[in-house]
Design a protein around this ligand. Structure first.
Ligand SMILES: Cc1cc2nc3c(=O)[nH]c(=O)nc-3n(C[C@H](O)[C@H](O)[C@H](O)COP(=O)(O)OP(=O)(O)OC[C@H]3O[C@@H](n4cnc5c(N)ncnc54)[C@H](O)[C@@H]3O)c2cc1C
Length: 430
């Protein structure tokens, strides 16, 4: 097959490597100057397994095995490869996330996990207060500083953590794909998706070049909706994508919660509406989990958004963090980044064919798919080969056996035609 991948983020690079290794001719068109410079570069890169769906758990657990083998996968020396930092991952119980259901899914997939009550949290992660503050509130709410109402328990997965450098992971994939024959063109913006007799025939670039291909994959991240409009494929989508702005803040780590301290897990905290993790340089990063009290920052044009952190969001996220980490000290000035998620209505991505023959989508990653990088290319390559060999996943969904864990994923979970599922947390947790 002759394949064009639109977008050289982590998703486009993953699928490029897998298809090149399978012997296909692959060309990645990326409009910026290098790989992984879009939302990938801003990723908090958290690797966790607590998803609200069976496929979410299975794929993330499979991907973790891939991170452990990453240097071998991308065939570079370990010192030149991105790396999984294992810190463990704690998610608090909350009406916003049913950890009971999730525990069942984790056990089914044989993911090691432990229930921690408040006492265990104090013992294992002494910096972290198990106080219950539900529901999340605006910092301007008079109730924000109200005393806690009880205590929380949570679910701990010791194998969770984060990847040290998401952009390096994209660069690793790009170099590996090039060694296997893939071609990358940077500063190449796709402006049209030409088609003939119901089949895609390639892409047109802004400089007038046409790249011919029988298969085109939309991996344009927050620009995915725009590319789907260019391709005229949205007619039968039950779920579409929309860019959402997010801020992630960075501040000095307290002395009792940092990378050198084994009691410093990554934390998902739906009780306060934040997530946080230790970071390099004695820092801590904190992001949001879309609590009901916060306005969602939808963006109409992904080329027009403020990339700087703002004082109101900084105050909300860091003050919530201070309730969870009582020893935290908050600097006066905001520090951090803002970037875009590519969000679907149920926060579950769309990895699928479309009604235009040869045109595929790997989109709607909803702030939660970086961790799945080591398996994404495999899933998409299986789906593309299945379809191009004559099967129709709309009628006969593909079931993929994951190579390392043996778990089975029903790819209709990621179908464009599957209505939004009520099982989802409808947040970045997926
Ligand atoms: C702030 C933030 C925190 C996150 N934290 C986590 C986390 O902790 N854990 C996790 O698992 N996931 C996380 N994610 C999500 C994860 O980073 C994304 O799911 C992933 O990076 C998406 O990769 P992508 O390749 O689809 O998109 P991108 O990295 O955005 O790549 C898409 C590429 O397409 C290119 N492009 C767009 N339009 C065109 C065009 N017309 N022609 C050519 N090229 C084009 C863009 O330039 C871009 O490089 C986070 C995301 C953000 C923004």
């Amino acid at each position: 097959m002759d394949v064009v991948v639109i977008g050289g983020g982590i998703v486009g690079c993953s699928v490029a490597l897998e298809l090149a290794r399978r012997g296909h001719s692959v060309h990645v068109a990326e409009r910026s100057a290098g790989p992984g410079l879009g939302s990938t570069s801003a990723s908090s890169a958290i690797v966790r397994f607590h998803y609200s769906t069976r496929a979410g758990v299975a794929v993330s657990w499979e991907a973790r095995a891939g991170w452990l083998d990453w240097a071998e996968h991308v065939q570079v020396a370990p010192r030149a490869a991105a790396r999984l930092i294992v810190a463990g991952c704690l998610v608090f119980d909350s009406p916003a996330f049913d950890t009971g259901e999730v525990l069942t899914l984790l056990r089914e997939a044989q993911v090691p996990c432990e229930r921690w009550d408040a006492q265990e949290i104090r013992l294992r992660a002494p910096a972290i207060s198990p106080d219950r503050f539900w529901p999340p509130k605006k910092v301007t709410d008079a109730e924000f500083w109200a005393p806690p109402a009880g205590e929380l328990s949570g679910l701990f997965t010791p194998d969770g953590g984060f990847v040290n450098d998401p952009q390096l992971a994209a660069q690793n994939l790009r170099e590996a794909a090039e060694r296997d024959g893939a071609q990358f063109t940077f500063q190449a913006q796709v402006v049209a998706v030409p088609q003939k007799s119901g089949r895609v025939v390639g892409v047109d670039l802004a400089d007038g070049t046409r790249l011919h291909a029988s298969v085109v994959i939309n991996a344009a991240g927050p620009h995915s909706g725009h590319i789907n409009v260019l391709a005229h494929v949205l007619g039968d989508f039950a779920r579409t994508t929309r860019p959402m702005r997010q801020e992630v803040h960075s501040l000095p780590a307290p002395k009792d919660y940092n990378l050198n301290d084994p009691g410093s897990p990554v934390v998902n905290d739906p009780d306060l509406g934040i997530y946080f993790r230790p970071h390099f340089g004695d820092a801590i990063i904190v992001g949001g989990m879309e609590p009901a009290c916060d306005e969602l920052m939808w963006v109409d044009d992904p080329d027009q958004f403020n990339p700087a952190p703002t004082t109101p969001v900084w105050e909300a996220q860091t003050l919530r963090l201070a309730r969870r980490l009582p020893s935290l000290r908050i600097p006066h000035r905001p520090s951090g980044i803002a970037n875009l998620y590519d969000v679907t209505p149920d926060w579950i991505p769309i990895y699928d064919k479309t009604a235009l023959d040869g045109f595929y989508v790997a989109i709607g990653t909803s702030g939660n798919q970086f961790k799945n990088t080591p398996i994404l290319g495999y899933l998409l390559a299986e789906l593309i080969e299945y379809t191009e060999n004559g099967a129709d996943p709309d009628d006969s969904p593909l079931h993929v056996r994951l190579p390392r864990t043996g778990l089975i994923v029903d790819m209709s979970h990621y179908s464009r035609r599957t209505a939004p599922t009520a099982r989802s947390s409808s947040s970045v947790l997926g």
